[in-house]
Design a binder for this molecule. Structure first.
Ligand SMILES: Nc1ncnc2c1ncn2[C@@H]1O[C@H](COP(=O)(O)OP(=O)(O)OP(=O)(O)O)[C@@H](O)[C@H]1O
Length: 218
């Protein structure tokens, strides 16, 4: 199994007292598979993705990625994990303002030692970015920046792609194209995709669907 979560629990301290968000989440994701994570606003979808990304730690439970429990890793090891094996497509694009689009696209792939100009050019074309490669992030629209953020992750060919509403700002046609690209990467490279979405239409295109409610998945 590429990814296995067992008994994941997470409680946040809030000004109104402890808030139990995840109350024993189990899930598995095989290599080459895609999984949609749905659930109402506030149900804990982003929390779960952050834990799998190693950006936060669960209070209990284990997160096995390719045979390694990432909850046991220290910060430098987690940073290396995010650089190398896990690709994050979150709502904040975090593009690098001083780099043009072609260098933003290449950035993570270079860090991971997997820069492939042919694959990158194919991604840029499929994401409709080919004419924008010499521009800088501030010269792009929100949706264009979002496509660069997605391309930058896919360019590095991660083993696991974690995506939080990755097509949220895109029109339906572009969202479908971007979804197609992500699914192709998964199929071609045997990566796994765990994607939060509010769209039942997009969720249906993935191999599996999990619904988060009451701190558990069903
Ligand atoms: N750092 C934090 N401290 C305290 N409470 C938090 C924190 N982060 C999230 N929460 C709370 O935990 C719950 C789950 O939040 P989360 O962002 O995981 O939900 P979500 O399902 O992704 O929601 P949405 O669909 O609205 O993005 C919410 O009630 C939220 O207010």
């Amino acid at each position: 199994m590429l990814l296995t979560l067992t008994g994941i629990e997470k409680t946040y301290p809030t000004s109104e007292g402890p808030l139990r968000v995840l109350a024993g989440v189990d899930l598995t994701l095989a290599a080459g598979q895609s999984l949609a994570l749905t659930g109402e606003s506030g149900s804990g979808k982003s929390t779960l993705l952050h834990l799998v990304a190693g950006l936060d730690r669960p209070d209990a439970g284990a997160i096995w990625l390719e045979g390694q429990d990432i909850t046991q890793l220290d910060e430098p090891q987690l940073a290396a994990l995010r650089r190398g094996r896990v690709g994050l497509v979150f709502q904040q694009f975090n593009l690098i303002p001083s780099l043009n689009i072609v260098d933003n696209l290449a950035f993570q792939a270079r860090l991971a030692g997997r820069h492939d100009p042919v694959w990158q050019a194919e991604l840029a074309g499929a994401l409709g970015l080919s004419a924008l490669l010499r521009r800088y992030p501030e010269e792009l629209s929100g949706g264009q920046q979002q496509r660069v953020a997605i391309g930058r992750v896919l360019a590095a060919r991660p083993r696991l792609v974690l995506a939080d509403e990755p097509t949220g700002n895109l029109d339906e046609t572009t969202a479908d194209a971007v979804m197609g690209l992500m699914l192709r990467l998964v199929a071609q490279t045997g990566a796994g995709l765990l994607m939060v979405t509010h769209s039942p239409r997009l969720a249906r295109r993935l191999d599996g669907r999990l619904h988060l409610a009451g701190g558990r998945v069903a």
